[in-house]
Design a protein around this ligand. Sequence first.
Ligand code: TPP
Ligand code: MG
Length: 521
Amino acid sequence: MATLADEIARVLKTRGVTRIFGIPGGGSSLDLIDSADKAGIPFTLTRTEAAASVMAAVSGELSGAPGAMLVGVGPGASSATNGVAYASLERSPMVLFADGPASTMHQYFDQQALFAPITRGTARLLPENGATVLDGLLKTATTSPEGPVMVELTAGDAATEAGTFAASDDTAPPSPADADIAAALTMIAASERPFVIVGLEARRQAKTVNAFIQRLGAASMTTYKASGVVPADAPGFIGPITGAAGEMPILKQADLIIGVGFDPIEFIPGKWPEGYPPFLQIGEGSPKNPRVPFDSELTGPLAEVLPALGRGTPAAGWTEDKLAELRAVKDAIYAPARTGFTTAAAVDVLVDNLDHGTRVCVDAGAHMFATIGRWPAMRPFGILKSNGLSSMGYALPAAIASALADPATPVMAVSGDGGIAMCIGELATARELDLNITVVVMNDCALSLIDIKQQRQQRPSLGVRYPAQDFAAIARAYGWQAARADNPAELKAALALKGPRLIDVRIDPAGYGDDMARLRG
Ligand SMILES: Cc1ncc(C[n+]2csc(CCOP(=O)(O)OP(=O)(O)O)c2C)c(N)n1
Ligand SMILES: [Mg+2]
C-alpha cells in the first residue's frame, strides 16, 4: 500500500527535491522523514526553523527545483515564517510542510492563514488527492515569479492509503507581443548611451544577458542578488546598484535605462528622480511595485526576448573616459573615509587572499555596503543576499545550503555580530554535515545599521550596543577552527586555518555613518 506520505515523497523526487530541512514535530513530520528517506531524499536537522526556512529557500534558488522543509504544528510553523517571507519576496521556489492541525485547542492557530500573505498558495493535503494538490502547488512554486508554498498534513492522513494521482502539466510562459518587441527595438536604436540594470531574474540567463549588453555596447550595474551575472571585470560594468541617491548621478549619464530581469523589490525605499532617462523594463513579469516607473515594458522569457533585441553596431556614447567617470562615482561611494580597521579594509584582505570564485553570503547590516561594494563577483549567484526582505540571520544558513547544493564552489558567510547571533546554533549543523565553510564576523559590538540611524537623528545611544561577544570561543565550542583578528595582518594569518573556520574580525565601526551618507545621502 502506498500511503499519502509515500506519494508525497514520490512527487518531491519527481519535482527534483534533493533534501528536506527542518525540525520535526511528533505528527506527520515523522511519516514524511521516513517516506522521503526511502525515496532517497535525506532529512537535514537544523537548530532553528528560521534557519531551515532560509536553507530551503536558498536551495530552491540555486537549483531551480523546489527547496523543502518540514516543521511541527504551532510553534514549529510560526518559527518558520522568516525564510518563507524571504522566498516570497525574493523568488525562491520552496515548500513548507507543517504538521497538523491535530485539534483546535492546544498549539492551535490557523496555520494556512498565517502563511497566506507570504506564499503563492497553501493547502491541507488529504489522502484522496493530496499528492495531486502538492504537485500543482510545486508547479506554482517553480513558475515565474517563483515563490514558496505551504501545506498542512496530519499524521493520520499521512499514514492513510493515497488516492490516484494526476500530474499537472507544465505550461510554457507566454511569448511577448510583436508590437512590444518593435517598441523596445525603437527605443534601443535611438539610444547612444544605454544602461542596463541587471536584476535577479537574470541569474539563470547570464550568457544571454551578457551577449545582449555587449551587442548594445551598454554600461551596466547589477542588483545585490544579481551580483556576478555580469562579471566584475566585464567591459562597461560599473558595480552594484541599490537605488540609493549616491548612485543616481551614474544613471543620469545614460539616455536609456533598461531593466533586465530587474525587480524593484531590491531597491531601497525612495522616490525616482524627475527628468531621468526613460526606463525600458524587460522581464518575466515583476509583481507590481511603484518604486521605479517603467516607461515601457516587454514581458516574456529572457532567453527568448533578449536575442530578438540588439542593434547593428554598439552604441557610441560610452567612451572609455565616460565609463571611467561612472566608475569613479561608484568607487567614491565604497572608498572608506577612515584609515582604521574598517569593514572595507577587512574585505580587501579577503579580496586579496581568497579565490574570487568563492560564493559570498552576506547578512543585513552596515557591513554589507563595503562587502558587496568591494567583492569582485565573477559568476551568477556569486553573492547571496537577502535583499527584498533584507533579513538578518541569513548568511550562515545560506552558506550551509550552498555547501550542500554546490559543494564544488567554496563558500563564505560575512555577517555582523547581531546577525550571526541570530543563527549561531547552525555552526553545529555545519559541523555535523562536515561542511567546509568560512564565516567572517564583522564584530563591532553593535547593531550598527540602526546605531548610525540613531546617531543621525541625534538620539541617545539606547538599545543598539552591547559588550563584546567572543565568537571565536563560541565557534571552537562547536568544533570549528577559529581565530580573532584585530588588524589586516591577523586576518590574513587567520585565513591559513582549515575549515570549517570562523574569524571574529574586530572592526572599527566609526566610519559606517559616512559610508551610508556617501551611498544614501
Ligand atoms: C531579522 C531581522 N531583524 C531586524 C532587522 C533590522 N536590522 C537591519 S540591520 C540591523 C543591525 C545589524 O547588526 P549587525 O548584524 O551587528 O550588523 P552591523 O549593522 O553592525 O554591521 C537590524 C536590527 C533585520 N533586517 N532583520
Ligand atoms: Mg554589528
